[in-house]
Write a protein that binds this ligand. Sequence first.
Ligand code: GLA
Length: 730
Amino acid sequence: MIKFISDQNLFQMETENYSYTIEVFKEKYLRQIFWGKKIEKILSANKYEYWDGMSFCIDEGPSEEIYTESLDLEFGQQGSGDFRTPSVEIYNESGNPYPILEYSGFEIIKGKPEIPGMPSTREVDNDNLDTLILTLKDPKKEIFVDILYSVYHDYDVMTRSMSVKNCSNKKIDIEQIMSFTLDLPAECDNEELELLSLEGSWARERHIETKPLRKGKTTISSNRGTSSHTLHPFCALTPASTTEHRGNVWSFSLIYSGNFVLELEKTHTDKIRVSGGINPNTFKWLLDPKETFYTPESVLVYSENGLNGMSNIYHRFFRDRLLPPVFANKERPVLINNWESTYFDFDHDKIVRIAQKAKEVGIELCVLDDGWFGTRNDDTGGLGNWEVNYKKLTKGLEGLAEDINKEGMAFGLWVEPEMVNSDAVILKEHPDWIMGSYKEKPAVGRNQYVLDLVNPDVVSWLTDLFTEIFTMTNLTYVKWDMNRYLTGQFSEYLPAHRKKETSHRYVLGLYKLMEALVTSFPKILFEGCSGGGGRMDPGLLYYMPQYWTSDNTDAMARLKIQYGTSLIYPLITMGSHVSACPNHQLGRSTPMETRLNVAMSGNLGFELDLNLTLDNEIELVKKSIEFYKENRALIQLGEFYRLLSPFNGQVTSWMFINKDKSEFIVFWVLDKAEVTYSQKVLKLPYVSEDMQYKTSEGVLFTGGELKYRGLKLPYMNKDYMSGYFHFIAE
Ligand code: GLA
């Protein structure tokens, strides 16, 4: 709900539990007043301004002096004496910055406008959703900036974005434009706010990192052309006392898959300016007269219920309002993928044998990974030449799909549309279709080049090509891979003065391609991948409802990766597979039970040839798949809570619970065993005190007992052991 309180010039935005308040200050500037627990009324918004000796006035006259740097703003701009990170930097044709933009009006509309060419959170009929549009303009009315706040009342979520319209008759230069800006106090209840972010690398994605914020700027960003494995377009501010279960969290995420920035600037006034959007280091946009530029959307989530409270909001919201609606609440098949069991070395019969054994244990979908086309026998060639390799697949893709379907399994396929190797036939005709300067040998990554998706001809060629490939067989699943970052981030297609538009235009080209293909094939379940989870971000999840979380399939390493990923992404978006031991990435051997328990906590899959698995393990696999299928709705669509963190101790634990709290499963995994005389006791704050629960072994507990006394975990005397408890209300 959005209210304008005219006598105070306040915009009050309310979700079910939270408030976000802005003031139009001196009829010109947008002040941040409050973001937190719901407050019905704010009466003191325009009282008590601080004075700062070295600040600048934005209005003349002693009684009118307002010191810009002491103001908490929603929109920052250089030139006003606000030296913090600006929301926009826009220059006119003579290279001069635009004068200060002033507030010029508002509109409150039902629902939410789409962001042209970009993914954004969805609106469903009868959503309790309103949008506030605040407009700013320069004195000559040449440029208009809209700041959009969409309030999803029932989800406790607000999204923000901006747009700039060029109303002059000259081109303007946008050098920076954030999706959101706001100033927050640097303390909460006398505790300084710390920064929580997700950092990683290939095969070690989204590890949780917390650190104090010092004065000055802290930046989380990517300039790799994708959101990347290394830093993630998400961060949160919390006092150190916030835990998984309680405390305040303010968090920010971006629906964007390219070069991004999230910046936290702690000022001498003990405020934090938080801003986020497209990374200005690799961006500049020349906006033609009458054109509008739109930023990606950002998602702002506050919770007073700790990190689990925050994650719960993201999970529900992203599942219901970000993922493609057809798959949002649809249970996912158990799959087997041949990558780690064969790599490039397979043929028709080998894949069919893998599928037959998989079918025996209850697996539902067989995915053929890389190596089925062109001369793709290793990673030095073949990308771009997408004709079936009949030497390997003697009956072609159609024949293989048919044989797999005959076994009673669905068929899925790996592709990497955005890439080519140097032997790609298309490059003979169009050498300039790769990113960077093709004349000067652009850098290769995994021996491959990135196709220039800035060029609309490349996007239409790929659309037609993959439409044909996806129509060839009876496909129900596609794994869309992308195995390198973008180095030469300029496009031969663009004129010299537009080269810095390349990175953003690449992302727009990618979204166009994905939009076309997912729309043409609404029944195909797309799983995104980028050397594992290198581009697992909300932008991609808008098109592809699940993602290959990491190339690291070691169960212990996966604990941290999945734990960190679960901070914002619902478990139904995470591909997690059981692989062979010793593990291919780390050489570690972990019990089959643990590999299953960890993989079962996402979209369960297998990445090994079960023909080579011991009989007693096969029995376990069968039983686990049975258990998983019986409880798939609870795991994939229920609520998820983290209980013990792999970043803080030897035991990791998490749980899935249904909406009415009548059923839940608690998983635990031990890292290193140690002789200990104390037994780990796990309190379960998320169960209902009004219920009584029974485990599958027949042990009874009251909800209160589990909540306050806790659940005693078994004696843990073996490295990497694990287990679960399944509780049902009596
Ligand atoms: C990437 C993916 C893997 C696999 C290979 C195939 O590394 O992350 O899962 O598909 O490519 O080349």
